[in-house]
Write a protein that binds this ligand. Structure first.
Ligand SMILES: Cc1ncc(COP(=O)(O)O)c(C=O)c1O
Length: 389
């Protein structure tokens, strides 16, 4: 029998899946490792999708997404992200994951380097490797609230660098990069002649009133920026699989052409749901964001009263909790916490080399479970610290 492709054989299974599987075996576990909203999709979006299906929107659509949706997205990008993207600059994809996949496929030749953050979104390094690229990590320092050091990005950009990936608001850190930092990254990447991939799937999830999201493409001289957005998190639509990229005209055109052999087109019904999300009432969306804000405040209170070291998140859905005092690795700590306390968290090791010493909790859990989960985490950490000293 012929073997499978080496690039696929060498794919590693994410450690977060180890946690998922172990937590699935414990039906009463408090699930703080999840990376998706606790809410179901707002009813008006579901209703619009059902109506669209009944009206016959059940066939294939254009490779790059429905024109009607791309017009609405052009408005959204102008209103929320502060830059102009014509419908032809926008490509709708089955989730942001697919947008990122196509972007790397479009960019990478074997041996090309991509700068990735650590702690950072775990799927990126595997994706880069899948296309023969080499991830090069830039570290996000908790003492700087996980905001990147632009000088480090500047230093790491070399002859082999093809692209720099940034993600703000950030998974897993919750950092929201100040506009001046985003602007400097736009400038540095332009000077080096590399692409800037800006993952903004949490763009409207700002939890700290003092923070504001800045889109890389809103700054002058940003025609090397490709931006990635999603309906998954903001509208609690993870399962509908609708994301989109906004890119310079030629890049967008190539991404659209790539859709044909890759996925043909995004789901038509899901795109109709996305149209309803954009044109429907904002109140259900604001209610969800208010709930995340309340849970953030609650989580910070419990962390402080339990003596946990955390970096207060400014956006997204997550909070990093330090376990640097624990004698074990973050994976062992997470497995031990699940086994002994029934609390599931994401081990920091999942988020690249700088993730060790941390675990990520999700603010998607219900208030009481969040509080109880953090208390048990603190208890476990205290017990381990006492044993170790
Ligand atoms: C930073 C980041 N980018 C992209 C994605 C993928 O989103 P989607 O559900 O649209 O594929 C996620 C999902 O967790 C994410 O956290």
């Amino acid at each position: 029998m012929k073997t499978l492709a080496a690039r696929v054989e060498s794919l590693r299974r994410s450690e977060i899946r180890v946690l998922f599987d172990a937590a699935d075996d414990q039906p009463d576990a408090i699930r703080l490792e999840v990376g998706e909203p606790s809410f179901t999709t707002p009813a008006h979006i579901i209703d619009a999708a059902a109506a669209a299906a009944r009206e016959g929107h059940t066939g294939y659509g254009p490779n790059g997404g429905l024109e009607s949706l791309r017009h609405l997205l052009s408005d959204k990008i102008f209103r929320v992200n502060g830059f102009s993207a014509e419908p032809t600059n926008i490509v709708v994809t089955p989730g942001a994951m697919n947008a990122l996949f196509s972007i790397y496929m479009a960019l990478l030749e074997p041996g090309d380097e991509v700068l990735l953050p650590t702690p950072g979104f775990p799927n990126m390094d595997e994706m880069v490797r899948l296309f023969g690229g080499l991830p090069v990590f830039y570290e996000l320092d908790p003492n700087s609230d996980f905001i990147p050091d632009v000088d480090e990005i500047d230093r790491l950009c070399g002859a082999k660098t093809k692209a720099v990936f940034i993600n703000t608001p950030s998974n897993p850190t919750g950092a929201v990069f100040p506009p001046a930092v985003v602007r400097s990254i736009v400038d540095v990447t332009r000077e080096h002649g590399v692409w800037l991939i800006s993952d903004e799937v949490y763009d409207e999830m700002i939890l700290d009133p003092a923070a504001a999201h800045a889109s890389a493409a809103s700054f002058p001289g940003s025609d090397h920026v490709v931006s990635v957005f999603s309906f998954s998190k903001i509208y609690a639509m993870t399962g509908w699989r609708v994301g989109y990229a906004a890119a310079p005209a030629h890049f967008a055109d190539r991404l659209r052409v790539l859709q044909e052999p890759e996925v043909s087109c995004p789901s038509t019904i899901s795109q109709k749901a996305a149209e309803a999300a954009l044109s429907g009432p904002r109140a259900p969306i604001e209610e969800m964001i208010d709930a995340y804000r309340r849970r953030r405040a609650l989580a910070l209170d419990v962390a402080s009263s339990e003596g946990l070291t955390v970096v207060p998140p400014a956006g997204a859905l997550y909070m990093m909790v330090s376990i640097s005092e624990a004698p074990s690795s973050s994976l062992d700590f997470a497995l031990h916490l699940l086994e002994t306390q029934g609390v599931s968290v994401a081990p920091g090791s999942v988020f690249g080399p700088a993730g060790e010493g941390w675990v990520r909790i999700s603010l998607a859990a219900d208030d009481e479970l969040l509080v109880e989960g953090l208390r048990r985490l603190a208890k476990t950490l205290r017990a381990q610290t006492v044993v170790a000293t």
